[in-house]
Design a protein around this ligand. Structure first.
Ligand code: PCA
Length: 330
């Protein structure tokens, strides 16, 4: 036993001497079968291949290494080298992170892309000031409302138990008079089973992953916003790699971003079919509900503009300038 162990140590050391292998931990918050996580694994495989095994990225799915709201700080502090977050989870830290979580600001994939283009330079700057680098960002499919009972307007949601995943989704509950409880995706299945959730807003993706259809039968396809996940790296960890390895990371990230946007959009349709097959009713939101929610969005966007400061307002103006033009940006 002892000699076998020693042999193993020796072979590891020899591998290490033959070429310096670096290992990175990548905490992620969503299930292994979620399309974001699958994209992360492919990104890690691409880096592995491009570097001939010099950089191994180990994806830890489903908040198994750090809880969703803790991942950003873990990467900043170097407990993990790279991570995936939901930008909107960090809204209280800087309004820039809140932008893609505001209802009815950017509602389809084309507008979500315009918003990302407008946000990206400011996000790069903000993360750089925190010692990190944004590698890529991919949206969740559009957000709709899961509810146990059928609803006609937000008045029908007064007092119901509402799962929030971000400051903005908690704010919506406050504005419509629902009772918010913060539950991250990794705990959602359990929360649904114990009855602490009667409603929430999210994508078909999370409804499917969490088996929401076992407890809730209605999903109103409001297409209210497309929050983004972002994959980012500790700058010192990145800079400690040799140049070709750094380039391989950046190249694989650009590929993952292009792939992720495409898959998100394709899977949006797939999830709706899959949820229907599982007994979920995918409903067109009634006009009163839409009007009420748009009012909620208007309030939240106006609040955001007040907090955002000149830099944030410039991002919003860039988006609105871009959003008005019919020609899509590259
Ligand atoms: N799913 C995640 C965030 C947005 C989404 O579509 C969630 O519900 O936690």
């Amino acid at each position: 036993m002892r000699s076998k162990l020693l042999l193993m140590v020796a072979s590891l050391t020899m591998t290490g001497a033959a070429f310096a292998q670096t290992k990175w931990d990548l905490p992620a918050a969503y299930p292994a079968t979620n399309f974001h996580t699958e994209n992360l694994v492919q990104f890690a495989n691409d880096v592995d291949k491009a570097t001939g095994g010099k950089l191994k990225i180990n994806v830890h799915a489903n908040a198994s290494l750090f809880k969703a709201p803790e991942i950003k700080r873990a990467v900043q502090g170097g407990q993990a080298q790279i991570g995936e977050i939901l930008l909107a989870n960090h809204a209280n830290e800087n309004p820039l992170y809140a932008l893609d979580g505001l209802p009815f600001l950017a509602t389809g994939y084309a507008d979500a892309k315009k918003l990302y283009d407008a946000q990206r330079p400011a996000l790069d700057k903000l993360l750089a000031s925190q010692g990190m680098k944004l590698l890529y960002s991919v949206p969740w499919p559009p957000q709709g409302i899961y509810t146990k009972k059928e609803i006609q307007s937000v008045a029908d949601m007064r007092g119901i138990k509402w799962r929030a995943y971000s400051p903005a989704t908690a704010k919506i509950a406050e504005l419509i008079g629902a009772q918010p409880v913060q539950i991250q995706a990794a705990e959602l299945t359990q929360a649904l089973a114990t009855g602490v959730v009667e409603s929430y807003m999210s994508s078909g993706s999370t409804g499917y992953d969490s088996k929401t259809y076992e407890h809730i039968k209605n999903w109103y396809d409001t297409e209210a916003w497309l929050p983004k996940n972002a994959v980012f790296v500790n700058l010192k960890s990145l800079q400690s790699l040799d140049k070709p390895t750094q380039d391989a990371v950046l190249k694989a990230a650009a590929d993952a971003e292009a792939r992720g946007w495409k898959i998100s959009q394709e899977k949006n349709e797939w999830y709706k079919k899959a949820l229907t097959e599982k007994g979920m009713k995918i409903l067109k939101p009634p006009p009163k509900l839409v009007a009420d929610l748009q009012q909620v969005g208007t309030i939240m966007i106006a609040d955001w503009e007040k907090q955002a400061g000149p830099e944030g307002q410039a991002v919003l103006a860039a988006f609105r300038g871009g959003a008005k033009t019919a020609t899509p940006k590259k």
